[in-house]
Design a protein around this ligand. Structure first.
Ligand SMILES: [Zn+2]
Length: 80
């Protein structure tokens, strides 16, 4: 079972903190209900977790889940 360390809710996204391998900062999956499920690695420092949340929310804000762009383009946009 995955241990959820924290959960943040909004109308658009649910952000959950879970432990993941150190190489993974975070990822997002869009549920069939349209809500974005964002998972952030709690093994990172708080600063990097905040940065990872911003990064994932940028993907959502920029509608990357519904746009035909390369992964490289999406990652470059989300870094900004
Ligand atoms: Zn990304």
């Amino acid at each position: 079972m995955i241990d959820v360390v924290y959960t943040m809710l909004s109308d658009v996204a649910v952000v959950r903190g879970i432990a993941m391998p150190y190489s993974v900062e975070g990822f997002t999956i869009q549920g069939i209900d349209g809500v974005y499920n964002v998972y952030i690695n709690v093994l990172l420092t708080e600063k990097r977790q905040r940065s990872a949340i911003r990064h994932e929310l940028n993907h959502i804000d920029q509608d990357h889940f519904n746009k035909h762009m390369s992964i490289e383009e999406k990652e470059a946009c989300a870094q900004a």
